[in-house]
Design a protein around this ligand. Structure first.
Ligand SMILES: *[C@@H]1O[C@H](CO)[C@@H](O)[C@H](O)[C@H]1NC(C)=O
Ligand SMILES: *[C@@H]1O[C@H](CO)[C@@H](O)[C@H](O)[C@H]1NC(C)=O
Ligand SMILES: *[C@@H]1O[C@H](CO)[C@@H](O)[C@H](O)[C@H]1NC(C)=O
Length: 225
């Protein structure tokens, strides 16, 4: 479990975007007279405000519409469509499916890191020593991906309890663990970061991003039921 300090840090980091996506005012720029120009948006990388998701008569259409509001449409559709229950799920159900797919991906990455560690020769007789050997780093990475899987399991519980703020915190934490793995390599064995882990890091990061975007739909007032 993440220490309380980390949760607080994550909450602090998440606050601006959470508030942004919550308020989402349809403000009118009707102030006539002034020639003063509005400044450009603070960050062009911010996702657009969550669109209204229709109360879908068609489930596949709901998957498409929901994925349309995520940063990685194709990743989202293939992740959700792989689960047959996505055809009858509402947006909350879709968020739970997205989190489950991400958890499975984290679990697979943990296995892959452990297998890489097993295939790597230890540099000493103490296989678990935190001595910066590639094998020790790979074992640390396997543990981090295991932590990511656990955080995603916690996120699924939060969604079941309709606690979408905590679901957001847990998924955000899950996305951070692979970054810790990469940072360990950068600091101790730059250049030895395996391509397979880089690919897995990217895949899990996209799945977490998709899950966060879907949870954000649940957090917006227009979709609370
Ligand atoms: C996806 O979004 C675009 C623009 O935001 C819109 O034109 C399109 O109709 C949407 N597609 C679906 C399936 O909702
Ligand atoms: C997880 O990520 C891997 C690595 O890129 C990808 O090939 C795989 O399809 C993903 N697995 C799931 C269950 O989404
Ligand atoms: C790594 O080796 C350990 C000890 O031999 C074994 O228990 C474990 O299943 C192996 N893990 C993988 C992913 O191969």
């Amino acid at each position: 479990m993440a220490p309380a300090a980390m949760v607080i840090l994550l909450l602090a980091l998440l606050m601006p975007t959470t508030l942004c996506s919550r308020s989402g005012p349809s403000s009118k720029h009707g102030h006539g007279g002034h020639a003063k120009r509005a400044p450009p948006p603070a960050s062009p990388s911010l996702p657009p405000p969550a669109p209204m998701v229709p109360v879908a008569p068609q489930a596949a259409a709901l998957v498409r519409a929901t994925c349309n509001s995520t940063a990685y449409y194709d990743v989202c559709v293939s992740a959700l469509a792989a689960d047959p229950s996505s055809t009858t799920a509402d947006v909350r159900g879709l968020s739970a499916i997205a989190v489950s797919v991400a958890a499975a991906n984290a679990s697979g990455a943990a296995q892959a890191a452990a297998a890489l560690a097993n295939a790597t020769a230890p540099s000493s007789q103490a296989p678990l020593a935190a001595d910066g050997t590639v094998q020790a780093l790979l074992r640390a990475c396997a543990a981090k991906y295991g932590d990511a899987r656990d955080a995603l399991a916690a996120a699924k519980d939060s969604i079941a309890q309709q606690d979408y703020d905590f679901a957001t915190v847990h998924v955000s934490a899950a996305a951070e663990y692979p970054q810790v793995c990469k940072a360990l390599f950068r600091r101790q064995r730059p250049g030895a970061y395996p391509a397979e882990l880089a690919a897995r890091e990217e895949a899990l990061n996209k799945l977490c991003s998709v899950a966060l975007d879907i949870i954000a739909l649940l957090n917006s007032p227009s979709n609370n039921s």
